[in-house]
Design a binder for this molecule. Structure first.
Ligand code: NAP
Ligand code: HSE
Length: 430
Protein backbone atom coordinates (compact mmCIF):
# COMPACT_ATOMS: atom_id res chain seq x y z
CA UNK A 1 0.00 0.00 0.00
CA UNK A 2 1.22 3.56 -0.75
CA UNK A 3 2.18 6.02 1.95
CA UNK A 4 -0.68 7.48 4.02
CA UNK A 5 -2.35 10.69 2.91
CA UNK A 6 -1.41 13.22 5.59
CA UNK A 7 -4.29 15.50 6.56
CA UNK A 8 -4.46 18.64 8.70
CA UNK A 9 -7.79 19.67 10.22
CA UNK A 10 -8.48 23.33 11.02
CA UNK A 11 -11.50 23.64 13.31
CA UNK A 12 -12.52 20.88 15.71
CA UNK A 13 -16.21 21.71 16.14
CA UNK A 14 -19.17 19.77 14.74
CA UNK A 15 -17.51 19.14 11.35
CA UNK A 16 -13.80 18.86 12.25
CA UNK A 17 -14.30 16.54 15.23
CA UNK A 18 -16.77 14.53 13.13
CA UNK A 19 -14.08 13.94 10.50
CA UNK A 20 -11.68 12.62 13.15
CA UNK A 21 -14.39 10.21 14.33
CA UNK A 22 -15.19 8.87 10.85
CA UNK A 23 -11.49 8.37 10.08
CA UNK A 24 -11.07 6.53 13.41
CA UNK A 25 -14.22 4.40 13.31
CA UNK A 26 -14.13 3.50 9.59
CA UNK A 27 -10.34 3.47 9.17
CA UNK A 28 -10.20 0.06 7.45
CA UNK A 29 -12.82 0.66 4.83
CA UNK A 30 -11.66 4.24 4.22
CA UNK A 31 -8.10 3.06 3.51
CA UNK A 32 -9.38 0.21 1.29
CA UNK A 33 -11.45 2.67 -0.74
CA UNK A 34 -8.73 5.32 -0.76
CA UNK A 35 -6.04 2.82 -1.74
CA UNK A 36 -3.97 4.00 1.22
CA UNK A 37 -4.50 5.05 4.83
CA UNK A 38 -5.76 8.57 5.52
CA UNK A 39 -4.11 9.91 8.66
CA UNK A 40 -4.81 13.16 10.48
CA UNK A 41 -1.42 14.45 11.57
CA UNK A 42 -2.05 18.08 12.57
CA UNK A 43 -4.96 20.10 13.95
CA UNK A 44 -5.88 23.64 14.90
CA UNK A 45 -8.65 25.15 17.03
CA UNK A 46 -8.89 28.00 19.51
CA UNK A 47 -9.12 26.14 22.83
CA UNK A 48 -6.58 23.40 23.47
CA UNK A 49 -8.28 22.24 26.66
CA UNK A 50 -11.74 21.58 25.18
CA UNK A 51 -13.00 17.99 25.08
CA UNK A 52 -13.57 17.17 21.39
CA UNK A 53 -15.21 13.78 22.00
CA UNK A 54 -12.26 12.23 20.16
CA UNK A 55 -8.58 12.12 21.21
CA UNK A 56 -6.30 14.78 19.72
CA UNK A 57 -3.25 14.11 21.92
CA UNK A 58 -0.31 13.11 19.75
CA UNK A 59 -1.40 15.27 16.81
CA UNK A 60 0.64 18.40 16.04
CA UNK A 61 -1.35 21.35 17.43
CA UNK A 62 -1.23 24.78 15.78
CA UNK A 63 -2.73 27.81 17.46
CA UNK A 64 -2.59 29.59 14.11
CA UNK A 65 -4.57 27.57 11.54
CA UNK A 66 -2.82 29.29 8.61
CA UNK A 67 0.44 27.64 9.71
CA UNK A 68 -1.05 24.25 8.73
CA UNK A 69 -0.59 25.24 5.10
CA UNK A 70 3.18 25.43 5.49
CA UNK A 71 3.59 22.18 7.47
CA UNK A 72 5.80 20.23 5.05
CA UNK A 73 4.37 16.84 6.02
CA UNK A 74 0.76 17.82 5.24
CA UNK A 75 -0.78 16.87 1.85
CA UNK A 76 -4.35 18.09 2.39
CA UNK A 77 -5.85 20.77 4.62
CA UNK A 78 -9.46 20.57 5.78
CA UNK A 79 -10.90 23.99 6.56
CA UNK A 80 -13.72 23.48 9.11
CA UNK A 81 -13.61 26.89 10.82
CA UNK A 82 -16.32 28.75 8.94
CA UNK A 83 -16.94 32.28 7.70
CA UNK A 84 -16.17 33.83 4.35
CA UNK A 85 -13.31 35.97 5.69
CA UNK A 86 -10.70 35.89 8.46
CA UNK A 87 -8.83 32.70 9.29
CA UNK A 88 -10.90 30.48 6.98
CA UNK A 89 -10.13 32.59 3.94
CA UNK A 90 -6.48 33.12 4.87
CA UNK A 91 -6.06 29.37 5.34
CA UNK A 92 -7.76 28.55 2.02
CA UNK A 93 -5.54 31.03 0.15
CA UNK A 94 -2.37 29.82 1.89
CA UNK A 95 -3.16 26.13 1.33
CA UNK A 96 -3.68 26.52 -2.41
CA UNK A 97 -0.69 28.85 -2.72
CA UNK A 98 1.41 26.15 -1.00
CA UNK A 99 0.30 23.65 -3.67
CA UNK A 100 -1.74 21.54 -1.23
CA UNK A 101 -5.25 20.20 -1.71
CA UNK A 102 -8.04 21.98 0.15
CA UNK A 103 -11.22 20.37 1.46
CA UNK A 104 -13.84 22.65 2.97
CA UNK A 105 -17.39 22.49 4.28
CA UNK A 106 -17.59 26.28 4.10
CA UNK A 107 -20.30 27.38 1.67
CA UNK A 108 -20.00 31.05 2.71
CA UNK A 109 -16.35 31.05 1.63
CA UNK A 110 -17.15 29.35 -1.69
CA UNK A 111 -20.19 31.48 -2.46
CA UNK A 112 -18.27 34.70 -1.90
CA UNK A 113 -14.74 33.79 -3.04
CA UNK A 114 -15.31 30.57 -5.00
CA UNK A 115 -14.40 32.09 -8.36
CA UNK A 116 -10.93 33.26 -7.21
CA UNK A 117 -10.28 30.11 -5.17
CA UNK A 118 -11.20 27.88 -8.11
CA UNK A 119 -8.95 29.87 -10.45
CA UNK A 120 -6.06 29.61 -7.97
CA UNK A 121 -6.61 25.85 -7.50
CA UNK A 122 -6.74 25.33 -11.25
CA UNK A 123 -3.52 27.29 -11.71
CA UNK A 124 -1.76 25.22 -9.03
CA UNK A 125 -3.23 21.91 -10.17
CA UNK A 126 -4.65 21.08 -6.73
CA UNK A 127 -8.11 19.95 -5.65
CA UNK A 128 -10.62 22.31 -4.13
CA UNK A 129 -13.23 19.89 -2.78
CA UNK A 130 -16.46 20.88 -1.02
CA UNK A 131 -18.99 18.05 -1.00
CA UNK A 132 -19.99 18.90 2.59
CA UNK A 133 -20.73 22.52 1.73
CA UNK A 134 -24.08 21.82 0.05
CA UNK A 135 -26.82 19.65 1.57
CA UNK A 136 -24.58 18.02 4.20
CA UNK A 137 -24.47 14.25 3.76
CA UNK A 138 -26.17 14.21 0.34
CA UNK A 139 -23.59 13.76 -2.44
CA UNK A 140 -25.18 16.68 -4.29
CA UNK A 141 -21.97 18.14 -5.71
CA UNK A 142 -20.86 14.85 -7.21
CA UNK A 143 -24.35 14.12 -8.52
CA UNK A 144 -24.82 17.46 -10.27
CA UNK A 145 -21.24 17.96 -11.44
CA UNK A 146 -20.30 14.39 -12.36
CA UNK A 147 -23.34 12.10 -12.34
CA UNK A 148 -25.41 14.46 -14.50
CA UNK A 149 -22.48 15.79 -16.56
CA UNK A 150 -24.00 14.57 -19.83
CA UNK A 151 -27.11 16.72 -19.41
CA UNK A 152 -28.15 20.27 -20.11
CA UNK A 153 -29.70 21.14 -16.74
CA UNK A 154 -32.76 23.37 -16.84
CA UNK A 155 -33.53 23.61 -13.12
CA UNK A 156 -32.11 22.77 -9.72
CA UNK A 157 -34.15 23.18 -6.58
CA UNK A 158 -33.83 22.08 -3.05
CA UNK A 159 -34.38 22.21 0.63
CA UNK A 160 -30.88 23.42 1.40
CA UNK A 161 -31.00 24.44 5.05
CA UNK A 162 -31.55 21.79 7.70
CA UNK A 163 -32.15 24.32 10.47
CA UNK A 164 -35.03 26.01 8.61
CA UNK A 165 -36.58 22.73 7.57
CA UNK A 166 -36.33 21.49 11.16
CA UNK A 167 -37.95 24.69 12.47
CA UNK A 168 -40.80 24.65 9.91
CA UNK A 169 -41.45 20.95 10.56
CA UNK A 170 -41.54 21.38 14.33
CA UNK A 171 -43.81 24.45 14.06
CA UNK A 172 -46.24 22.52 11.82
CA UNK A 173 -46.21 19.18 13.64
CA UNK A 174 -46.05 20.36 17.25
CA UNK A 175 -47.24 23.98 17.12
CA UNK A 176 -43.90 25.02 18.69
CA UNK A 177 -42.60 28.58 18.75
CA UNK A 178 -39.94 29.65 16.27
CA UNK A 179 -37.34 30.78 18.87
CA UNK A 180 -37.73 27.64 20.94
CA UNK A 181 -37.11 25.33 17.95
CA UNK A 182 -34.15 27.42 16.78
CA UNK A 183 -32.50 26.93 20.20
CA UNK A 184 -32.89 23.15 19.70
CA UNK A 185 -31.25 23.31 16.26
CA UNK A 186 -28.31 25.18 17.79
CA UNK A 187 -27.89 22.53 20.50
CA UNK A 188 -27.96 19.77 17.89
CA UNK A 189 -25.10 21.42 15.94
CA UNK A 190 -27.23 22.19 12.86
CA UNK A 191 -27.21 25.97 13.03
CA UNK A 192 -24.47 28.30 11.75
CA UNK A 193 -22.29 30.20 14.22
CA UNK A 194 -24.61 33.14 13.45
CA UNK A 195 -28.05 31.50 13.16
CA UNK A 196 -29.46 34.50 11.30
CA UNK A 197 -27.57 33.02 8.32
CA UNK A 198 -29.94 30.05 8.57
CA UNK A 199 -33.26 31.73 9.32
CA UNK A 200 -32.74 34.67 6.97
CA UNK A 201 -32.00 32.35 4.03
CA UNK A 202 -28.36 33.39 3.56
CA UNK A 203 -26.93 29.91 4.15
CA UNK A 204 -29.37 28.42 1.62
CA UNK A 205 -28.43 31.20 -0.82
CA UNK A 206 -24.72 30.35 -0.42
CA UNK A 207 -25.52 26.73 -1.28
CA UNK A 208 -27.82 27.65 -4.15
CA UNK A 209 -25.14 29.90 -5.68
CA UNK A 210 -22.74 26.93 -5.62
CA UNK A 211 -25.30 24.50 -7.08
CA UNK A 212 -26.26 26.95 -9.82
CA UNK A 213 -22.59 27.41 -10.78
CA UNK A 214 -22.25 23.64 -11.15
CA UNK A 215 -25.58 23.09 -12.90
CA UNK A 216 -25.20 25.92 -15.41
CA UNK A 217 -21.40 25.90 -15.75
CA UNK A 218 -20.88 29.54 -14.84
CA UNK A 219 -18.86 31.35 -12.15
CA UNK A 220 -20.53 31.42 -8.75
CA UNK A 221 -22.79 34.51 -8.48
CA UNK A 222 -23.97 34.84 -4.88
CA UNK A 223 -24.85 38.54 -5.20
CA UNK A 224 -27.49 37.72 -7.83
CA UNK A 225 -29.46 35.38 -5.57
CA UNK A 226 -32.79 36.82 -4.33
CA UNK A 227 -33.10 35.94 -0.62
CA UNK A 228 -35.95 35.82 1.89
CA UNK A 229 -35.91 33.81 5.10
CA UNK A 230 -38.51 32.21 7.35
CA UNK A 231 -38.85 34.73 10.20
CA UNK A 232 -42.25 35.95 8.99
CA UNK A 233 -43.81 32.50 8.65
CA UNK A 234 -46.60 32.34 11.21
CA UNK A 235 -48.77 29.61 12.67
CA UNK A 236 -51.72 31.20 10.82
CA UNK A 237 -50.05 30.66 7.43
CA UNK A 238 -48.90 27.15 8.33
CA UNK A 239 -52.56 26.38 9.15
CA UNK A 240 -53.88 27.86 5.90
CA UNK A 241 -51.20 26.02 3.91
CA UNK A 242 -52.42 22.72 5.33
CA UNK A 243 -56.04 23.64 4.63
CA UNK A 244 -55.20 24.51 1.01
CA UNK A 245 -53.22 21.29 0.46
CA UNK A 246 -49.70 22.77 0.72
CA UNK A 247 -46.63 22.55 2.92
CA UNK A 248 -44.42 25.58 3.57
CA UNK A 249 -40.76 24.92 2.73
CA UNK A 250 -37.75 27.21 2.38
CA UNK A 251 -36.56 26.35 -1.13
CA UNK A 252 -33.55 27.36 -3.18
CA UNK A 253 -34.44 27.49 -6.87
CA UNK A 254 -32.24 28.06 -9.92
CA UNK A 255 -33.70 27.98 -13.41
CA UNK A 256 -32.50 28.59 -16.92
CA UNK A 257 -34.93 30.99 -18.61
CA UNK A 258 -34.79 32.64 -22.04
CA UNK A 259 -33.39 35.77 -20.38
CA UNK A 260 -30.70 34.02 -18.34
CA UNK A 261 -30.46 32.35 -14.95
CA UNK A 262 -32.94 32.95 -12.17
CA UNK A 263 -31.72 32.16 -8.63
CA UNK A 264 -33.90 32.66 -5.58
CA UNK A 265 -34.33 31.47 -2.00
CA UNK A 266 -37.62 32.07 -0.22
CA UNK A 267 -40.41 30.26 1.61
CA UNK A 268 -42.67 28.41 -0.81
CA UNK A 269 -46.06 26.74 -0.67
CA UNK A 270 -45.51 23.33 -2.23
CA UNK A 271 -48.38 20.88 -2.96
CA UNK A 272 -48.51 18.18 -0.28
CA UNK A 273 -48.34 15.58 -3.05
CA UNK A 274 -44.90 16.81 -4.26
CA UNK A 275 -42.06 14.53 -3.07
CA UNK A 276 -40.13 17.53 -1.72
CA UNK A 277 -43.10 18.50 0.49
CA UNK A 278 -42.58 15.30 2.46
CA UNK A 279 -38.91 16.00 3.25
CA UNK A 280 -39.08 16.97 6.91
CA UNK A 281 -36.89 17.73 9.92
CA UNK A 282 -33.17 18.25 9.34
CA UNK A 283 -33.41 16.42 6.00
CA UNK A 284 -32.45 18.26 2.81
CA UNK A 285 -33.38 17.42 -0.77
CA UNK A 286 -31.91 18.39 -4.11
CA UNK A 287 -33.91 18.12 -7.32
CA UNK A 288 -32.26 18.46 -10.74
CA UNK A 289 -33.86 18.36 -14.17
CA UNK A 290 -31.66 17.36 -17.11
CA UNK A 291 -32.54 17.12 -20.79
CA UNK A 292 -31.69 13.40 -21.02
CA UNK A 293 -32.03 12.10 -17.47
CA UNK A 294 -35.31 13.90 -16.64
CA UNK A 295 -35.96 14.61 -12.98
CA UNK A 296 -33.65 13.36 -10.22
CA UNK A 297 -34.20 13.87 -6.50
CA UNK A 298 -31.73 13.16 -3.72
CA UNK A 299 -32.66 13.28 -0.05
CA UNK A 300 -30.64 12.99 3.14
CA UNK A 301 -29.47 14.69 6.30
CA UNK A 302 -28.35 18.22 5.52
CA UNK A 303 -26.56 19.08 8.74
CA UNK A 304 -24.95 17.59 11.81
CA UNK A 305 -21.68 15.88 12.65
CA UNK A 306 -22.06 12.47 10.97
CA UNK A 307 -23.55 13.51 7.59
CA UNK A 308 -21.15 16.42 7.13
CA UNK A 309 -18.08 14.42 8.10
CA UNK A 310 -19.19 11.64 5.74
CA UNK A 311 -19.07 14.12 2.85
CA UNK A 312 -15.67 15.54 3.89
CA UNK A 313 -14.13 12.06 4.07
CA UNK A 314 -15.55 11.20 0.63
CA UNK A 315 -13.56 14.18 -0.71
CA UNK A 316 -10.42 12.90 1.05
CA UNK A 317 -10.87 9.48 -0.58
CA UNK A 318 -11.10 11.10 -4.03
CA UNK A 319 -7.90 13.04 -3.33
CA UNK A 320 -6.11 9.93 -2.03
CA UNK A 321 -7.08 8.11 -5.23
CA UNK A 322 -6.00 11.02 -7.43
CA UNK A 323 -9.53 11.54 -8.79
CA UNK A 324 -9.73 15.11 -9.95
CA UNK A 325 -12.61 17.11 -11.45
CA UNK A 326 -12.43 20.84 -12.27
CA UNK A 327 -14.08 22.83 -9.49
CA UNK A 328 -17.17 23.91 -11.47
CA UNK A 329 -17.14 20.85 -13.75
CA UNK A 330 -15.25 22.57 -16.58
CA UNK A 331 -12.07 24.63 -16.63
CA UNK A 332 -12.39 28.37 -15.95
CA UNK A 333 -12.00 29.27 -19.63
CA UNK A 334 -14.93 27.00 -20.60
CA UNK A 335 -17.45 28.54 -18.17
CA UNK A 336 -20.51 30.35 -19.51
CA UNK A 337 -21.35 33.96 -18.75
CA UNK A 338 -25.14 33.68 -18.88
CA UNK A 339 -26.71 36.78 -17.29
CA UNK A 340 -28.66 36.66 -14.02
CA UNK A 341 -32.39 37.39 -14.21
CA UNK A 342 -33.75 39.85 -11.59
CA UNK A 343 -36.50 38.73 -9.22
CA UNK A 344 -38.87 41.36 -10.66
CA UNK A 345 -39.05 39.23 -13.85
CA UNK A 346 -40.10 36.06 -12.01
CA UNK A 347 -43.50 34.67 -13.01
CA UNK A 348 -45.45 32.44 -10.63
CA UNK A 349 -48.55 32.02 -8.48
CA UNK A 350 -48.88 33.66 -5.05
CA UNK A 351 -50.57 33.10 -1.71
CA UNK A 352 -51.51 36.37 -0.03
CA UNK A 353 -52.92 36.53 3.50
CA UNK A 354 -54.37 39.76 4.82
CA UNK A 355 -55.79 40.77 8.17
CA UNK A 356 -58.68 43.04 7.20
CA UNK A 357 -61.48 44.81 9.04
CA UNK A 358 -64.60 42.68 8.78
CA UNK A 359 -66.96 45.13 7.06
CA UNK A 360 -68.69 45.36 3.67
CA UNK A 361 -66.63 46.59 0.69
CA UNK A 362 -63.18 45.63 2.00
CA UNK A 363 -62.71 42.72 -0.41
CA UNK A 364 -63.88 44.92 -3.29
CA UNK A 365 -61.06 47.42 -2.49
CA UNK A 366 -58.48 44.63 -2.42
CA UNK A 367 -59.64 42.98 -5.63
CA UNK A 368 -59.75 46.39 -7.36
CA UNK A 369 -56.00 46.73 -6.70
CA UNK A 370 -55.38 43.25 -8.14
CA UNK A 371 -57.52 44.09 -11.18
CA UNK A 372 -55.57 47.32 -11.76
CA UNK A 373 -52.28 45.38 -11.74
CA UNK A 374 -53.69 42.71 -14.10
CA UNK A 375 -53.56 39.98 -11.44
CA UNK A 376 -56.07 37.17 -11.76
CA UNK A 377 -57.38 35.31 -8.70
CA UNK A 378 -57.66 31.56 -8.50
CA UNK A 379 -59.41 31.39 -5.12
CA UNK A 380 -60.30 33.34 -2.02
CA UNK A 381 -60.96 32.24 1.54
CA UNK A 382 -62.30 34.10 4.53
CA UNK A 383 -62.53 32.48 7.94
CA UNK A 384 -64.45 33.72 10.95
CA UNK A 385 -66.90 36.54 11.41
CA UNK A 386 -66.21 39.45 13.75
CA UNK A 387 -67.85 42.63 12.55
CA UNK A 388 -65.52 45.63 12.91
CA UNK A 389 -62.58 43.40 13.99
CA UNK A 390 -59.63 42.00 11.98
CA UNK A 391 -60.21 38.69 10.21
CA UNK A 392 -57.84 36.75 7.94
CA UNK A 393 -58.51 36.68 4.20
CA UNK A 394 -56.48 34.46 1.90
CA UNK A 395 -56.12 35.10 -1.82
CA UNK A 396 -54.44 32.69 -4.24
CA UNK A 397 -53.47 34.13 -7.62
CA UNK A 398 -52.94 32.62 -11.02
CA UNK A 399 -49.47 33.02 -12.55
CA UNK A 400 -48.41 36.62 -12.48
CA UNK A 401 -45.25 38.69 -12.72
CA UNK A 402 -43.39 39.50 -9.49
CA UNK A 403 -43.16 43.20 -10.43
CA UNK A 404 -46.99 43.41 -10.68
CA UNK A 405 -47.39 41.53 -7.41
CA UNK A 406 -44.95 43.87 -5.61
CA UNK A 407 -46.88 46.94 -6.78
CA UNK A 408 -50.21 45.40 -5.74
CA UNK A 409 -48.81 44.42 -2.36
CA UNK A 410 -47.65 47.97 -1.61
CA UNK A 411 -51.10 49.37 -2.55
CA UNK A 412 -52.96 46.72 -0.52
CA UNK A 413 -50.73 47.28 2.54
CA UNK A 414 -51.62 50.99 2.35
CA UNK A 415 -55.42 50.41 2.47
CA UNK A 416 -56.76 51.61 5.81
CA UNK A 417 -58.84 48.45 6.20
CA UNK A 418 -55.70 46.24 6.09
CA UNK A 419 -54.57 45.93 9.69
CA UNK A 420 -51.05 44.42 9.41
CA UNK A 421 -48.37 43.74 6.82
CA UNK A 422 -49.74 41.23 4.30
CA UNK A 423 -48.08 37.79 4.24
CA UNK A 424 -46.99 36.77 0.76
CA UNK A 425 -45.74 33.25 -0.01
CA UNK A 426 -44.86 32.10 -3.54
CA UNK A 427 -46.38 28.88 -4.79
CA UNK A 428 -44.04 26.34 -6.44
CA UNK A 429 -44.64 22.96 -8.04
CA UNK A 430 -41.81 21.45 -5.93
P1 NAP B 1 -18.24 24.93 14.91
O1 NAP B 1 -18.83 23.75 15.56
O2 NAP B 1 -18.54 26.28 15.44
O3 NAP B 1 -16.64 24.73 14.90
C1 NAP B 1 -15.76 25.71 14.45
C2 NAP B 1 -14.36 25.31 14.88
O4 NAP B 1 -13.44 26.27 14.38
C3 NAP B 1 -14.16 25.25 16.40
O5 NAP B 1 -13.47 24.08 16.74
C4 NAP B 1 -13.30 26.48 16.70
O6 NAP B 1 -12.38 26.27 17.77
C5 NAP B 1 -12.53 26.60 15.41
N1 NAP B 1 -12.06 27.96 15.18
C6 NAP B 1 -12.79 29.11 15.12
N2 NAP B 1 -11.99 30.15 14.87
C7 NAP B 1 -10.73 29.65 14.79
C8 NAP B 1 -9.45 30.22 14.57
N3 NAP B 1 -9.31 31.52 14.37
N4 NAP B 1 -8.41 29.40 14.58
C9 NAP B 1 -8.52 28.07 14.77
N5 NAP B 1 -9.70 27.47 14.97
C10 NAP B 1 -10.78 28.26 14.98
O7 NAP B 1 -18.59 24.97 13.36
P2 NAP B 1 -19.07 23.77 12.45
O8 NAP B 1 -20.55 23.59 12.64
O9 NAP B 1 -18.19 22.61 12.62
O10 NAP B 1 -18.90 24.43 11.00
C11 NAP B 1 -17.65 24.52 10.37
C12 NAP B 1 -17.87 24.82 8.90
O11 NAP B 1 -18.64 23.78 8.32
C13 NAP B 1 -18.68 26.09 8.62
O12 NAP B 1 -18.21 26.65 7.43
C14 NAP B 1 -20.10 25.59 8.44
O13 NAP B 1 -20.87 26.45 7.64
C15 NAP B 1 -19.83 24.29 7.73
N6 NAP B 1 -20.87 23.28 7.82
C16 NAP B 1 -21.42 22.96 9.03
C17 NAP B 1 -22.37 21.96 9.10
C18 NAP B 1 -23.02 21.57 10.39
O14 NAP B 1 -23.97 20.77 10.35
N7 NAP B 1 -22.58 22.07 11.54
C19 NAP B 1 -22.76 21.30 7.94
C20 NAP B 1 -22.17 21.64 6.72
C21 NAP B 1 -21.23 22.64 6.69
P3 NAP B 1 -12.86 26.05 19.30
O15 NAP B 1 -13.64 24.75 19.28
O16 NAP B 1 -11.59 25.90 20.05
O17 NAP B 1 -13.68 27.22 19.67
N1 HSE C 1 -26.59 25.48 9.18
C1 HSE C 1 -26.64 24.58 8.09
C2 HSE C 1 -28.03 23.97 8.00
C3 HSE C 1 -25.60 23.50 8.25
O1 HSE C 1 -28.81 24.12 8.94
O2 HSE C 1 -28.36 23.37 6.98
C4 HSE C 1 -25.44 22.66 7.04
O3 HSE C 1 -24.88 23.37 5.99
Amino acid sequence: MSRPLSVAVAGLGTVGAGVLKVLRDNADLVSARAGRPIAVTAVSARDRSKDRGVPVAGLRWYDDPVALASDPSVDVVIEAIGGSEGSARALADATIAAGKHLVTANKALLAVHGAELAAAAEAKGVSLAFEAAVAGGIPAIKAVREGLAANRISRVAGILNGTCNYILTQMREHGREFADVLADAQKLGYAEADPSFDVDGIDAAHKLAILAALAFGRPVAFDSVYVEGIRRISAVDIGFATELGYRIKLLGLARQTEQGIETRVHPCMVPQSAPIARVDGVFNAVVAEGNFVGRVMLEGRGAGEGPTASAVVADLIDIARGRFTPVWGASGSALSHAPSVPMSAHVGAYYLRLMVVDRPGVIADVTAVLRDEGISLESMLQRGRSPGEAVPVVLVTHETRESAMSKALAKIAALNTVMEDPALIRIEAG
